[in-house]
Design a protein around this ligand. Structure first.
Ligand code: MG
Length: 205
């Protein structure tokens, strides 16, 4: 049972209820190990699940996103949402949606949004994370950079979670699957499975 007063599924996003419940449970269990780090918040659906789990586990969430949208969110692309267009900036802006979701869910004291790209965020905070959720840009270059910078930050016994993992290339883009393969080949993690297109990896001690 989530303590949040807002159903995360009412927030725009691409995470199923089953995937969200798994993220919430993992965040709750991992919160004592260190901050929960989310790479790619968009409008905050996954952030609400992570925030509810972090609150229950006595932890906090660092929610990293530049809020200008991934390539697939840009005008003319399949996941573009005109309601998120900032006319003055001439760019996407999902930050107001995230702030509204956090306020309505009562999670503003648990979730710390960090507005900027994941590589810059990695330079300003170098600690260990209880859980890292990778759901940022899905180009191969971006996915690889996020894995390289954030994967090794997971504390021993913590969880690396990756979204949009599709082993069959006909079901979706491959970069999240590619970084899953690299994480497993690193020898640092043990595969704990789904659900859905979510994969959870446990950092071995
Ligand atoms: Mg995703």
């Amino acid at each position: 049972m989530s303590p949040a007063s807002l159903d995360p599924q009412s927030v725009k996003g691409f995470l199923s209820p089953e995937e969200g419940a798994a993220l919430e449970a993992a965040a709750r269990a991992c919160a004592p190990l260190g901050p929960i780090v989310e790479i790619g918040s968009y409008c905050g659906r996954s952030t609400l699940y992570l925030g509810a789990g972090a609150r229950a586990g006595g932890g906090v969430v660092l929610a990293v996103d530049h809020h200008r949208g991934s390539p697939e969110n840009q005008p003319g692309q399949p996941f573009h949402d005109p309601a998120l267009w900032d006319r003055a900036a001439g760019a996407m802006d999902s930050l107001p949606a995230l702030r509204a979701a956090l306020r309505q869910a009562g999670l503003e004291d648990v979730v710390l949004p960090l507005v900027g790209d994941a590589a810059t965020a990695a330079r300003v905070w170098r600690g260990e994370a209880g859980l890292v959720f990778l759901d940022g840009g899905h180009s191969l270059a971006q996915a690889l950079a996020d894995w390289r910078l954030w994967g090794p930050r997971v504390a021993l016994g913590g969880v690396l979670a990756i979204h949009d993992v599709f082993p069959d290339p006909r079901a979706g883009g491959r970069p999240p699957y590619e970084i899953l393969q690299r994480a497993l080949a690193s020898g640092l993690f043990e595969d704990e499975g789904g659900p859905g297109s979510l994969r959870r990896l446990r950092r071995l001690g």
